[in-house]
Ligand binder design. Structure first.
Ligand code: DOR
Ligand code: ZN
Ligand code: ZN
Length: 428
């Protein structure tokens, strides 16, 4: 079985080339004679990138299959250009043991559209009281490489310190949802003028920044790796820059929504804009963009968070936080980072594929586009635009904040180990 991609520009650089893929591996790049049995992808005018890797996805299985399943979430991921995703542990039951993480891993392999890597919980039941069996999950068939209580912060500094210490022996990474819970009791939106005017309790920047500063110091002293989820403030970028300068093994992600949207959206009263951490200010989005371009923030992660209609179409304070992200991520990055000149396509490959694969310790993703490498690839039409319609997305839920928006950058095909998983907006 072979596939030929014709006339694409790897990383959007140089002259168009053909890429021959045999048995899941890139075997020739240049002018390629098309084998008789080959599937041909006409990719003229398109950019060829390594398949995207999402370090932060909520797939809701087990427990909330009314909003997303591993099946539908995998489809959304493949259509969004992803070849691997990390599925967060805040399911029901929680992914805090080998049985659940092995179920998620196996189900992902059965669906076969993207590699679904389960994230293991740091604490039992996400309760923040007792460490989960990290070693058992790391050594299970699921080979868990990332641990997080995401949705909640590992707030107890002693527990966080222990988790970081264990993580070094297991060669895994702890991903922190940085939110000091004592500072966000009842919080509904970014603490500032807009939330105050609407009478919403605020979510202060310091609740994020204080935890990130604390954890960077804990990681430095433990000689452990720390990953910071969904950075949302200028102050967090400052802390990360400082910690990295001091040699802390810290990495960080930013979501597409924190790169584009601001708390001006509060004026709509529409809970589709409610997310945790909340949408911040224009100056925060500006700083997050430059931090991503400069590598202070390592990568983009979606925090894809499907929610049921009854949990979103309700009053703001009752609505759950979170928004869909897998199928719109590339376009939001194109809009905020490429159109603005902050990143070229080589840079997009770095923040959406290479760095997340390194952080998640995946050997077969985020690889160079070169002969001998696994054919985990994404084709993007950089000049095309599309209009977002929540009802048309592959997720069961439809809570996209980009409804009706016209966005640049269309994912035209995704290949997982040489197999075409998505093509022209359809699952294959
Ligand atoms: O907005 C969010 N939604 N933030 C989180 O941390 C959790 C997530 C969810 O699970 O819905
Ligand atoms: Zn989170
Ligand atoms: Zn999350």
């Amino acid at each position: 079985m072979s596939t030929v991609i014709q006339g694409a520009r790897p990383y959007g650089e140089g002259d168009p080339v053909d890429v021959l893929i045999e048995d899941g591996v890139i075997t020739a790049i240049g002018a390629v004679d098309v084998p008789e049995d080959a599937d041909v992808l006409d990719a003229s005018g398109q950019v060829l990138l390594p398949g995207f890797v999402d370090l932060h996805t909520h797939l809701r299985e087990p427990g909330r299959e009314d909003t997303e399943t591993i099946d539908t979430g995998s489809a959304a991921a493949a259509l969004g250009g992803y070849t691997a995703v990390f599925a967060m542990a805040n399911t029901d039951p929680v992914a805090d043991n080998a049985v659940i993480v092995e179920h998620v891993w196996r189900r992902g392999q059965e669906v076969g559209l993207v590699d679904v890597h389960p994230v293991g919980a740091v604490t039992v039941g996400l309760k923040g009281e007792k460490l989960a069996e990290l070693g058992t999950m790391a050594n299970s068939q699921a080979r868990v490489k990332v641990f997080s209580d995401d949705g909640l912060c590992v707030a107890d500094p002693l527990l966080m310190r222990r988790a970081l210490e264990y993580s070094t022996a297991l060669d895994v990474v702890i991903a922190q949802h940085a939110e000091e819970p004592r500072l966000t009791v009842g919080a509904q939106a970014h603490e500032g003028e807009r939330a105050a005017r609407l009478g919403y309790p605020g979510w202060p920047a310091a609740a994020e920044e204080s935890i990130v500063a604390r954890d960077c110091l804990l990681a430095l002293h433990a000689n452990a790796r720390l990953h910071v989820c969904h950075v949302s403030t200028t102050g967090t970028a400052d802390v990360l820059a400082w910690a990295k300068e001091r040699g802390t093994q810290v990495t960080a992600e930013v979501t597409p929504h924190h790169l584009l949207l601001t708390d001006e959206r509060l004026a709509t009263y529409d809970p589709v804009n409610k997310v945790n951490p909340p949408l911040r200010t224009q100056s925060d989005t500006a700083r997050l963009r430059t931090a991503l371009a400069e590598g202070v923030i390592d990568c983009v992660a979606t925090d894809h968070a499907p929610h049921a209609v009854q949990d979103k179409d309700t009053e703001w304070t009752a609505a759950r936080p979170g928004m869909l992200g897998l199928q719109t991520a590339l376009s939001i990055v194109a809009e905020t980072m490429v159109r603005t000149g902050l990143l070229d396509w080589r840079g997009v490959a770095r923040v959406m594929s290479e760095r997340p694969a390194e952080i998640g310790n995946l050997a077969d993703h985020g690889r160079p586009i070169a002969v001998g490498e696994p054919a985990n690839l994404t084709l993007v039409d950089p000049d095309a635009e599309w209009t977002v319609r929540g009802a048309e997305l592959a997720s069961i839920a439809a809570n996209t904040p980009y409804e009706g928006m016209r966005l640049p950058g269309v994912v035209t095909a995704t290949l997982l180990r040489g197999r075409i998983t998505a093509r022209d907006g359809k699952i294959c």
